[in-house]
Write a protein that binds this ligand. Structure first.
Ligand code: THU
Length: 133
């Protein structure tokens, strides 16, 4: 998709981050997913006292998008309070790949505004997909 509204995506991700439930790590993450129809869906991380049940911001946004009837991802923005921009975890990369082509851009920013950008294909080369099934 041309003309990705990155500032709107990062503003949405920053707002979503405020909603994070991260009492165990204190590491709050916000995400915003742009869909091919132009809609933007936010997500935040949701931790659990049973730590392994933690839901990352990116997967939360994707799940919410599915619930809204959305599928095709066009871009992903992530915001976290890390020293350098954080990348999505491996589980989130695989979940993003379910609904995105390898060309989909993923950008991450720190609270200070330092930015890193990737494609999903760079983050998850040789992804597992439905062609193997
Ligand atoms: N986390 C995310 O939400 N997204 C990422 O991209 C990296 C990690 C969350 C999971 C957990 O709540 C906290 O950050 C620390 O790992």
């Amino acid at each position: 998709m041309d003309n990705i509204p990155w500032e709107e995506l990062f503003a949405t991700a920053t707002q979503a981050r405020e909603r994070a439930h991260a009492p165990y790590s204190q590491f709050r993450v916000g995400a915003a997913v742009l869909y091919e129809d132009g809609s933007i869906v936010p997500g935040c991380n949701v931790e659990n006292a049973s730590y392994g049940l933690t839901l990352c911001a990116e997967r939360n946004a994707v799940a919410r998008g599915v619930m809204d009837g959305r599928r095709g991802l066009a871009a992903v923005a992530i915001v976290a309070d890390s020293a350098v921009p954080c990348t999505p975890c491996g589980m989130c990369r695989q979940v993003l790949a379910e609904f995105a082509t390898p060309a989909v851009p993923v950008r991450s920013r720190t609270l200070e505004g330092t930015e890193a950008q990737y494609t999903l294909g760079e983050l998850l080369p040789h992804a597992f997909g439905p062609s193997f099934l």
